[in-house]
Each structure stands twice: as structure tokens, then as C-alpha cells.
Design a protein around this ligand. Structure first.
Ligand SMILES: *Cc1c(COP(=O)(O)O)cnc(C)c1O
Length: 660
């Protein structure tokens, strides 16, 4: 069907059951699946946050947003629940501890957080602080990240894994960090780093701990599948691994070779892929010990996935394994590779970023308005042209088809009526072009066509399940869907939805006790047609439209984008000069209360202008001069000039988003 949608909304009943409760809302948006144990729905239909998971305590997200607005923190707002971050870290460690006990593993688990996943100071500081009891460390992939890791990590036991491209200064910094009392492991990712490490060690008379990243041949799947295999960007091929061992031996550095690393890409969807990689890495680890390296650590990289859609499948937005399954497989497989060969099992390291940082951030944005279709059947004019009368008759026939009094409503009759409606609509357009139809008559023709469309869509909803419905008619619901205008930039706040089609759970954070009677998608503030949210989670698949509520006059409509704590902030960009949003860190306090631990103000317009090398003061001065000229010319009153300058000054100090 080719039917342009004039960005409208119309009633399209979602389900035909008459009662609806908050638990229906929770089920519809999958909250009970992907949200567990942090997000649920209250009987009032508000999203509830349990920041400590199942250890008790809950906050009403809607009340929280209201109170934050009272503190002058306008939407869009990124809310970080520090307790969730802590809980995730705790769960990761508990899962490994359980697996180690279950398989009688003779070693330990000692993870690191890959800083690239979320470099925000408060986030890294909190992870380092909470992680102390497990000697949890950090992973850096660049010199700037190394600076963060070096300055924040004071625990001499915690690992500081140094990945990424390394020049001499990077390597020397790592060597000196060891003398500072830190535990840096320089992971050799490229063959040409070996001579640089050897030279730096000779110059400084000391070496860092050394790791080798192996390029595994095991196949990966999914979005990051190309991170492994012969053509991967990072890692040493097996011949290079052997040459490196020899070079280190010659340079008397083999005693510092302690770690084997691999990384098969982010968001591993299928656990079978991980098992293959673990077996291969386990064998390489054994070989390295036989070649005389002391070893001691096996670093399984990142990739521990998140079940964004709650479907528990190997699809892109999900994983077919749990955190515990993951830990069990790592522990059991490594044990199998080592024990039979009399090799001491290594300390297990993972660089789990997404799995630690996704849950703790929720982005809440408001809807500014929704495109509306001309609703209902327009009143007839005097002496209405035949084309319009035909459309009226068609619409009436469709409605009659659905009447209880009529014979069984028939899909064929609906299809016929729709064909008629489209034909009459084309006739109306042709008549308009030729001058036989006035503009108001054409408007009525369009409105009547939409009324036909609506009548068909609502009848399809009541058809018994399993009724065969032609694709063309199925598409009518989508044509009737609305565009909800969102006060956010997806390029800034959810860049992966645009860049790699990633799905995040998106849903209203209130009114969940009310049946959502519309279908819609979101358009953002940017002037870019890609600036939209139009793919939503759907149990292992994606759907183009989300069930939403009609807007109510004078009432806000708040939407939450969940599981957004990993990668989105730093990948976000300044497209159209929309800057960072306000962010707050929330801690659960006693008695069902909370504390706002940190407020991180979003970019102002002045900030984003300066980022592009503009000088806000100079911009203002130019406009002041222009208004003086206009005043002199007599085209601008002094009072108007003053008002204009006041608006400009105020805008510079405000966030880049709409403020109602
Ligand atoms: C990106 C990256 C990670 C983090 O991966 P997640 O999937 O977020 O856990 C870990 N290690 C390396 C080497 C990486 O490049």
C-alpha cells in the first residue's frame, strides 16, 4: 500500500480485552523480562526502580523525575543509579565465586572494567571504590584512559590492563607505573610492539608485566564477529605468538610474560561461540607455559552480553545464556584445558564492560507533541461532488461490515472497500489538479480516506486470532501510527540506535495501568531524518512501532530509554549542536528515600558553540552591533533590541534542549 502518512495519530485499539492493569503494561513492554530485578511497574502504572536488585528498597521513577525537575533539572535527564552499578559488580563476582566453588576450580577470578565503556569520572571512581574488596581493576585502551586508570587505581593487587596501540611513551609509562606500586600488564596486540617493549625495558632497567593478545581462529557471530579470525584488527597470529616468546626469551623478559588475552567482540549472543574461543585460548595458554613462560592469568576479554529484549535468544538484542552460565562456562572450560595436562589453572580475568554498566543509566525524555491525523468523518458540504459522496458511502459500508447485526465481518469485503477508497482518493486528487475540486473539498476527501483506513484498522483488531489478513490491510495500522516528537537527540543520547541499529527497551514511565491505544514512533529534535527511534524490542525481533498513549492536554508524557549505561555517552555526538543532557547520580537512602549524590550539568549552548571554536561573547557583540544599525535605520525599536539581546544571552546559558 502506498499511502503517505501525514505524521498523524489515530485511535488504533491494541488489544480487544476490556480490562487492563499495570501488570498488562509490564508484560507488554517486557519489563518483567529485561527489567528484572531492577525495574518493575507499580499498581499505579509507574515504573519502579529497585536499585539494590532483590535486596530491597524501591523508588518511584515518576516521583523521582518530578522531584528532580523541582531542583531545576530539566528533561532530557540521564539518571544514574549508583546502587545498580554496585549490584552488577557484585553479581558478576558472585557468579564467578559460585562457578569456582561448583567446579572446584583451584584459582580465582579477578576482573577489570574496560574504561572505554563509560569514562565518566563518577562512574569509574565508583567502580574502583566498590571493587576494592575483590581487587577489581581497570582496562585502558589509549593514553588518556591509561591516565584515568593510573590515577584512580591505587590497589597494588588490582590489574591495570593496557590494551590498544602503544607507542614508547605509553609503554614507558606502564613500566614506571609498576615502580609506582601498580600492577600494569602491557598486552602485546601487534607484532611491532615487541621491539618497543624490549627497548623500553632495557632503557629503564625494568619491565612491565607482559600479556599477549591472541588472534583466535574460532568464528564469532553477530555485529562484532569480525573482531576475531585471521583478519581481526588486533592480536597476534600463532606464528607471531611463537616469535614473540622467542624474542622475549632472548631479551630475558620471558619471566614477565604473565597473561594471555583474547577478545571476541562485544555482546556475544551465542554461548557456543564463547566456548569454542575458550577451548582454543585454553590450549594456547597451556602451550605458553610449556614454552617456559610463568603465566598465571587468562583474560577472556569482554563480550558478556545483555538481554536487551528479555527474549533469552541468540538474537542481536539478546543472549542465550545468563551471567551464571557465562561464569560456569569460563571456569569449567579453562579447568578442562589445564587440569588433565597438569597445568596450574590461571587466575581468570574478564573485561566485562557492557554487562557491568548497561543497567545503571536510564534516560528520561519528554514528548513535545504528537502529529495528529484529521480524525472522524467531516460534515458534508452543500451539493457535495460525487467523488466525496462515494468516499462517504465507502466509509459507511466499512462500518456496517463490522456491525454486530451484519453477517460475519469479512476480510474480503474490507479489502474491496479499501480498493474502492484508494480509487476514489486518486480520483479526488486528479479532479483537484484539473480544477474540479476546491481545496476544502480535497481536504474532506483526504479526511474521509483516513476515516476508511481507521474503520478498517479497528475492525481488523477484532478479527479472531489466526484470520488471514492481506499484507496491504495489515500495513494500515502502521499508516495510522503517530509520530511522537521527543525532546532529545538520538545522535547525542542513543547513538547506537542510529549507528548500528541497536535496540534498547523504550517505554512510557507512567500510565502503564492504562491501555495504550495508539501506535507510534519517535522523531527527535535534530533536522535529520535519521534522528528517530523507530525500532523497538519484540521478543527476539524488532518492531517498527511502539504502543503508546494519546497525549493529554497540560500533562507531560515521559518516556524512558533503559539499559543505556554502556557506550552511549561517549559515542554520542554534537549533531545539530545538541549537547550532553543533565545527569544525576542517585543513591537509595533509608526509609524509601534517596540522595542526589552528584549533579552533572549538561552542555549549555555556549559550551557547544565553543566546542566548534565560536566565541559566544563575540557572537553577542556582533548581534549587538547589528541591532544598533537597525535601531539607527528605524526598523528595530530599542525595547525590541533589548528583548532580542536578553533572549540570546539567556540561550547561551541554557541547555541545548527545549525547556517547555
Ligand atoms: C570493548 C572491549 C571490551 C569491552 O567489551 P564489552 O562487550 O563491553 O564487555 C573488553 N576488552 C576489549 C579489548 C575491548 O576492546
Amino acid at each position: 500500500m502506498v499511502l503517505a502518512n501525514p505524521s498523524g495519530t489515530a485511535a488504533a485499539p491494541i488489544a480487544s480485552r476490556s480490562t487492563w492493569s499495570a501488570s498488562d503494561g509490564a508484560a507488554l513492554y517486557g519489563l518483567d523480562r529485561w527489567g528484572d530485578p531492577y525495574f518493575s511497574v507499580s499498581p499505579r502504572g509507574h515504573v519502579m526502580v529497585q536499585p539494590r536488585g532483590d535486596r530491597g528498597g524501591a523508588l518511584d521513577l515518576v516521583e523521582l523525575v518530578q522531584e528532580l525537575q523541582g531542583r531545576d533539572l530539566s528533561l532530557p535527564l540521564l539518571i544514574r543509579f549508583d546502587d545498580i552499578l554496585e549490584d552488577r559488580l557484585e553479581r558478576l563476582h558472585t557468579a564467578f565465586e559460585r562457578a569456582i566453588a561448583q567446579y572446584g576450580y583451584a584459582g580465582r577470578y579477578q576482573g577489570v572494567f574496560p574504561v572505554k565503556c563509560n569514562q565518566q569520572r563518577h562512574v569509574v571512581e565508583q567502580l574502583v571504590e566498590t571493587g576494592k574488596r575483590w581487587h577489581f581493576g581497570l582496562e585502558a585502551g589509549s593514553k588518556a584512559e591509561l591516565l584515568i586508570a593510573l590515577s584512580l587505581l591505587e590497589d597494588p593487587e588490582a590489574l591495570l590492563i593496557c590494551n590498544g596501540y602503544k607507542d614508547c611513551r605509553y609503554i614507558e609509562t606502564a613500566i614506571l607505573a609498576r615502580r609506582l606500586g601498580r600492577k600494569p600488564v602491557v598486552v602485546i596486540e601487534q607484532a611491532d610492539e615487541v621491539p618497543r617493549i624490549i627497548a623500553a625495558s632495557r632503557d629503564l632497567g625494568g619491565a612491565p608485566l607482559i600479556g599477549i593478545r591472541a588472534k583466535l581462529s574460532s568464528r564469532s557471530t553477530g555485529r562484532w564477529g569480525s573482531s576475531v579470525g585471521d583478519r581481526a584488527k588486533f592480536g597476534l597470529s600463532i606464528p607471531d605468538v611463537l616469535a614473540t616468546v622467542e624474542a622475549l626469551r632472548q631479551a630475558d623478559l620471558l619471566d614477565d610474560l604473565r597473561l594471555l588475552h583474547f577478545h571476541i567482540g562485544s555482546q556475544i549472543n551465542d554461548i557456543a561461540v564463547l566456548k569454542d574461543a575458550l577451548q582454543e585460548a585454553g590450549q594456547i595458554y597451556g602451550e605458553l607455559t610449556r614454552l617456559g613462560a610463568p603465566m598465571g592469568y587468562l583474560d577472556v576479554g569482554g563480550g558478556l552480553g545483555i538481554d536487551y529484549d528479555g527474549s533469552r535468544t541468540a538474537s542481536a538484542a539478546s543472549t542465550n545464556y545468563s551471567l551464571q552460565n557465562y561464569a560456569n562456562d569460563v571456569v569449567a572450560t579453562v579447568r578442562e584445558c589445564c587440569e588433565p595436562h597438569g597445568i596450574a589453572v590461571p587466575t581468570l580475568v574478564s573485561e566485562s564492560g557492557r554487562a557491568i554498566a548497561s543497567h545503571f543509566s536510564v534516560l528520561v525524555f519528554d514528548v513535545l507533541g504528537a502529529g495528529a491525523l484529521p480524525g472522524g468523518v467531516p460534515a458534508a458540504g452543500i451539493d457535495e461532488p460525487l467523488i466525496l459522496r462515494n468516499l462517504r458511502d465507502t466509509q459507511a459500508a466499512i462500518v456496517a461490515n463490522g456491525d454486530a447485526a451484519a453477517a460475519a465481518p469479512s476480510v474480503e469485503r474490507l479489502q474491496e472497500a479499501w480498493n474502492d477508497a484508494l480509487k476514489f482518493k486518486d480520483d479526488a486528487l486528479a479532479a483537484f489538479r484539473l480544477g474540479y475540486l476546491s481545496l476544502p473539498e480535497r481536504a474532506r476527501a483526504e479526511q474521509l480516506t483516513w476515516a476508511c483506513c481507521q474503520a478498517i484498522a479497528s475492525q481488523l483488531e477484532t478479527m479472531p486470532a489466526g484470520t488471514a489478513i492481506p499484507e496491504e490491510l495489515k500495513a494500515l495500522a502502521a499508516a495510522l501510527a503517530g509520530t511522537y516528537y521527543a525532546n532529545l537527540s538520538v545522535f547525542r543520547s542513543a547513538p547506537d540506535t542510529w549507528a548500528i541499529d541497536q535496540l534498547f527497551p523504550v517505554l512510557p514511565i507512567h500510565r502503564l495501568d492504562e491501555r495504550p491505544s495508539r501506535l507510534g514512533s519517535f522523531a527527535d529534535l535534530t533536522c535529520d531524518s535519521d534522528g528517530k527511534l523507530a525500532r523497538f524490542i519484540d521478543r527476539g525481533q524488532a518492531k517498527p512501532l511502539l504502543e503508546l498513549h494519546p497525549l493529554r492536554d497540560g500533562e507531560p508524557y515521559w518516556i524512558g530509554l533503559f539499559l543505556a549505561g554502556a557506550y552511549q555517552e561517549v559515542m554520542g555526538n554534537l549533531h545539530n549542536l545538541f549537547g550532553s543532557t543533565n545527569a544525576v547520580h542517585i543513591r537509595l537512602a533509608d526509609g524509601g528515600r534517596y540522595r542526589v549524590e552528584h549533579v552533572v550539568r549538561g552542555d549549555t549552548n555556549a559550551d557547544v558553540l565553543e566546542a566548534m571554536e565560536h566565541d559566544p561573547a563575540q557572537l553577542l557583540e556582533r548581534l549587538r552591533l547589528a541591532s544598533e544599525t537597525a535601531i539607527a535605520r528605524g526598523s528595530l525599536a530599542i525595547s525590541d533590541a533589548r528583548r532580542l539581546m536578553a533572549h540570546l544571552k539567556a540561550s547561551l546559558e541554557q541547555t541545548t534542549y527545549l525547556e517547555g
